[in-house]
Design a protein around this ligand. Structure first.
Ligand code: CA
Length: 228
């Protein structure tokens, strides 16, 4: 029996939760591999190349935030969905800033988790072959470095363009300010992460009500998804 939707790695130390996740994911046609500690999970991520990782934050040994940090540091961008307890909000935000893609809070419904996994896979799917991003009234062409609103060209600075292109390439994904600084600006120093807010304001001023950029309170920014 070959799973048609690919392998999901579940890293969860509570056996009954892992079993429930496995059951619901398998029912949706995913293959499922489970690990009960962070270090083994990270090793499995490297070895098995799953399509997504469902990651508990509170894990023995290597916790979920450190898992994310190491995964992304190894340039592995496999989608990660965090599973967090209510009292782990700070860790959850840190996890998102370190490159996790989404989260669910315990207690969660297994259906909700499966829906999140499917959503994250939809939005991290490879961009169209021509690489052109269309969202609402905007059309951005990364190769030609052009942006059109309602068919009319919009002039952007290099940084404005890079920031918008980065967000539009991963619609729905939430980026922390530090993440955007390192990925768009190439900074390693996060003391002035408010610079991101300045550029977002500039983009919004230029794009007006066609702006696809959404503020995610307490975390950062994302571009709205088109055609959903
Ligand atoms: Ca746990």
């Amino acid at each position: 029996m070959t799973p048609s939707k690919g392998l999901v790695l579940v890293v969860e130390d509570e056996r009954h939760i892992a079993d429930l996740q496995r059951l619901y994911l398998a029912r949706e046609g995913f293959g499922v591999h489970t690990e009960s500690d962070g270090a083994a999970g990270l090793e499995a991520a490297r070895r098995l190349r799953p399509v997504a990782v469902v990651l508990d934050i509170g894990l023995p040994g290597l916790d979920g935030t450190e898992f994310c940090r190491r995964l992304r540091a190894a340039d592995d961008w496999t989608p990660v969905i965090l599973v967090t307890a209510r009292d782990e909000e700070a860790d959850r935000i840190l996890g998102l800033e370190l490159g996790a893609d989404d989260y669910v809070t315990k207690p969660f419904s297994p259906r909700e988790l499966v829906a999140r996994v499917k959503a994250v896979l939809r939005r991290t799917a490879r961009p169209q072959a021509d690489g052109v991003h269309t969202v609402g009234r905007l059309r951005l062409d990364p190769l030609r470095r052009t942006l059109h609103r309602d068919g009319e060209p919009v002039e952007l600075t290099t940084t404005e363009f890079n920031l918008l292109a980065h967000l539009l390439a991963r619609p729905g994904q939430v980026f922390g300010r530090e993440q955007l600084l390192s990925q768009v600006w190439g900074y390693a120093d996060y003391r002035d992460s408010r610079v991101v807010d300045v550029y977002v304001s500039q983009l919004r001023a230029k794009l007006g009500d066609a702006s696809p950029i959404r503020t995610v309170r307490g975390v950062g920014y994302s571009a709205q998804e088109s055609g959903r």
